[in-house]
Write a protein of this length. Structure first.
Lengths: 127, 182
């Protein structure tokens, strides 16, 4: 399984997807005008990964902040993971938020309520 | 504008505690540059994590909405609208006030008014519920927006959104929005 690494930019998060380890990390800010276009390769990669998925897949969401356009794409991404969960792999989502950032903690709680995936909210000093 | 009016203009910005302002075309690149400037300003002012992120979020949502709107109109309007978008950021007594002004198509006015009235009628928890509901159920446009922008702005503001429409001509109104971030 190949790895996917996309560098972060001032508008998009860094993405590290390690198919061998079954770990995917999104890091930074996600504020592109066109989020659908940005998230497309991520979803494609997920489909490819699902053919040869690890027993456990860990998703590390380390977002500083994101726009509403991204929030919908993040949900779609979680929905894809939801459909894989229990069938081809066991998914775990780690949702990081910075101390004092109650907005990001709430966002994690809201995704947890919408999608049927095990979420762990993790407070860190700085993302 | 007479040359001496520059001082008046300067004084107005100074007296109103405007720390950053821009009038012009909010292209994607410009929004980027503008956010960078704002981040630098907030670093200088030692703004805490939550307030800093809320200010950036409100700016992103209000200016990207503008961007989407500009794109959806015909070329003549694009020129007019791009030239006339204005944003003013005030910082006073540890409170940010983000004011934007831009032309909008009269046809989109009723819908915008409804959305503004709706978010202003809801409390924090209700706004969170509405956001969650729309996130889950709304289909989105090609660009990924799902009508969440104003809800997000209201959530980040924790205050009622102050707005006003000024009649310009048969086709357009000028939309003024004031958002407080404490």
């Amino acid at each position: 399984m190949r790895k996917m690494n996309i560098d972060g930019s001032s508008k998009t998060p860094r993405i590290n997807f390690d198919g061998e380890a079954g770990v995917l990390e999104l890091y930074g800010r996600s504020i592109p005008e066109n989020s659908v276009e940005f998230f497309e390769p991520l979803n494609e990669w997920l489909v490819e990964y699902s053919h040869d998925a690890k027993e456990e897949t860990v998703i590390d969401m380390k977002l500083e902040y994101f726009n509403t356009s991204s929030s919908k794409c993040i949900l779609d991404f979680f929905k894809k993971l939801e459909s894989m969960n229990g069938a081809v792999t066991n998914v775990k989502v780690n949702w990081y938020y910075e101390t004092d950032d109650e907005d990001m903690a709430e966002a994690g709680e809201d995704y947890e309520a919408i999608v049927d995936l095990p979420f762990k909210l993790i407070e860190v000093e700085e993302i | 504008m007479a040359l001496t009016d520059i001082y008046k203009f300067f004084r107005t910005l100074e007296d109103e505690h405007i720390i950053l302002s821009f009038k012009g075309d909010f292209s994607s690149e410009l929004l980027n540059a503008f956010l960078h400037l704002m981040e630098a300003k907030m670093n200088e002012l030692n703004i805490g994590t939550q307030q800093r992120k809320r200010v950036l979020n409100v700016l992103i949502e209000s200016l990207q909405n503008l961007y989407h709107h500009i794109e959806s109109n015909n070329e003549v309007e694009i020129v007019k609208m791009k030239e006339t978008a204005l944003v003013l950021i005030k910082y006073y007594n540890e409170i940010f006030t983000i004011q934007t002004g831009n032309y909008i198509d009269k046809s989109s006015l009723p819908d915008l008014k409804d959305k503004l009235n709706e978010v202003n009628s809801l409390n924090t928890e209700e706004l969170r519920g509405l956001y969650k509901m729309k996130l889950e159920n709304n289909s989105r446009s090609e660009k990924g927006t799902a009508g969440l922008g104003l809800i997000d702005i209201a959530r980040k503001s924790k205050n009622k959104l102050d707005y006003h429409f000024i009649d310009v001509d048969n086709e357009s109104s000028f939309f003024c929005l004031k958002v407080i971030v404490e």
